[in-house]
Design a protein around this ligand. Structure first.
Ligand SMILES: *[C@@H]1O[C@H](CO)[C@@H](O)[C@H](O)[C@H]1NC(C)=O
Ligand SMILES: *[C@@H]1O[C@H](CO)[C@@H](O)[C@H](O)[C@H]1NC(C)=O
Ligand SMILES: *[C@@H]1O[C@H](CO)[C@@H](O)[C@H](O)[C@H]1NC(C)=O
Ligand SMILES: *[C@@H]1O[C@H](CO)[C@@H](O)[C@H](O)[C@H]1NC(C)=O
Ligand SMILES: *[C@@H]1O[C@H](CO)[C@@H](O)[C@H](O)[C@H]1NC(C)=O
Ligand SMILES: *[C@@H]1O[C@H](CO)[C@@H](O)[C@H](O)[C@H]1NC(C)=O
Ligand SMILES: [Cu+2]
Length: 377
């Protein structure tokens, strides 16, 4: 295992590898949360065992509640009530073929306590719901008769994918003092979001866009204080920096909320360029900021970034990137937030309202960041 881990580190660019936290039995429920993830080689699925006594045991699709010979298994992980830190078990994703798991505790699998990595989309024969239904139908026993393919009829209309809930936003005001300037800001916040305290000494953060020809922001998730600047530096190809929202990673913020987010527009950079154009925002608010590249399907491959994501909560950077990949850069996450209008197709529709500087001097752009009550992000 250690060897495999080292191998993964050596060949997978760190920025592309994601770790997905999956809670096992959260809230006393017989469920994995989220019930499945879409992952790419190099990613890690980090199972966190909550109280009770569960397992993570690999199975086949056909026999959801039977251990797969040679498969991964955590063994029983008894956890007394309310005793963090919780034990964990990691599964290293080596390929994109679907992987199926269940809890081996008596009766749990038969009640639908199953998990999948890279299941087929809902509606198809080997979707997560079809797998879960099969576990329930066989009541935790031997699985589908004669190991045949699952009947698509086993798939119910219940969509059990749990998109992380939209955070409950609150509106707060704070008096912000920075140097000579004092102003009252209204900002959006939720539990875990720090107050908009300006950095004693504003910092300039730099995010490289498309380094080494990869569809990636480097770094892709930063913490910044009020007053800090974030400078995006565009590398060769033709990317954008476009603000979006957690629930709709690949659509401009304005399309979803009506709030004009920042956007760089397309910034083509020649392959042999030696100076790199930049696009800059000033952080006015510690509420999380989400964004993506609007070129082609870059967003669908995970070309997204966040600023001040609350990593301890469900709406963390990894969940955001996973959502972008899951929807493959296309429509909104249906269940995510009540009014998901879903017309968009992950694009940056125009020149944008930001200024792109072709030198390293800063454009005088201040991001219009999530001011006011954004109830449905
Ligand atoms: C956990 O469950 C297993 C299987 O039912 C059992 O053998 C083991 O004693 C349990 N551990 C605790 C601490 O309850
Ligand atoms: C399912 O299995 C449990 C034992 O795990 C048993 O008590 C229960 O009666 C079974 N239910 C059905 C519908 O077969
Ligand atoms: C950059 O991409 C946009 C959108 O695909 C396209 O309209 C534009 O022509 C591209 N620019 C260059 C220089 O390739
Ligand atoms: C954003 O920050 C600037 C100072 O960097 C300040 O002048 C401006 O009023 C802030 N905007 C809001 C809406 O708070
Ligand atoms: C993702 O979208 C691209 C087009 O943008 C398409 O070519 C590709 O097949 C899609 N992949 C999946 C897994 O749907
Ligand atoms: C959400 O959609 C419903 C009906 O489609 C509409 O009545 C409501 O005003 C919408 N809410 C928002 C915040 O757009
Ligand atoms: Cu791009």
């Amino acid at each position: 295992m250690a060897g495999r881990f080292a191998f993964a580190l050596s060949v997978i660019p760190a920025a592309l590898a994601a770790t997905y936290d999956v809670h096992v039995g959260a809230g006393g429920e017989l469920a994995y949360t989220p019930p499945y993830v879409n992952a790419v080689p190099g990613d890690i699925v980090n199972f966190i065992f909550r109280p009770k006594n569960h397992t993570v045991t690999q199975s086949s699709f056909e026999a959801p509640c039977v251990a797969l010979p040679g498969g991964e298994r955590s063994g029983f992980r008894p956890v007394p009530a309310d005793t963090p830190p919780f034990p964990n078990f990691q599964f290293h994703v080596a390929d994109t073929t679907p992987k199926w798991f269940y809890c081996g505790q008596t009766g749990h699998c038969g009640q639908g306590m199953v998990f999948a990595i890279n299941p087929a989309p809902e509606g198809e024969a080997r979707s997560f719901t079809a797998f879960r239904d099969l576990a329930i139908a066989t009541n935790g026993t031997a699985g589908a008769a004669s190991g045949g393919a699952a009947s698509p009829a086993a798939s119910s209309s219940v969509d059990t994918y749990v998109t992380p809930p939209a955070p409950k936003w609150a509106t707060a005001t704070a008096t912000v003092t920075q140097g000579q300037a004092v102003w009252t800001t209204t900002y959006t916040s939720y539990e875990g979001t720090p107050p908009p305290t300006p950095a004693p000494q504003p910092v300039e953060h730099r995010i490289t866009v498309g380094a080494n020809g990869e569809f990636v922001f480097t770094p892709s998730n930063i913490q910044a204080s009020v007053g800090d600047k974030v400078v995006f530096e565009f590398r060769p190809k033709n990317h954008t920096v476009t603000q979006s929202s957690f629930s709709n990673p690949c659509r401009p913020l304005a399309d979803v909320t009506g709030v004009q987010g920042f956007r760089s527009g397309f910034v083509p950079v020649a392959a042999d360029a030696t100076t790199f154009p930049t696009f800059e925002i000033t952080v006015n608010d510690t509420a999380p900021i989400w964004g993506y590249c609007g070129q082609g399907n870059h967003c669908g491959t995970g070309m997204v970034f966040s600023i001040n994501a609350v990593e301890s909560g469900p709406n963390n950077f990894a969940a955001f990137q996973q959502l972008a990949r899951r929807i493959n850069g296309t429509e909104a996450a249906g269940a995510a937030s009540g009014n998901g209008t879903s017309s968009g197709s992950g694009s940056d529709s125009g020149s944008g309202n930001g200024a792109v500087s072709t030198t390293s001097s800063f454009a005088a752009f201040v991001g219009s960041l999530l001011i006011g009550a954004l109830v449905a992000l």
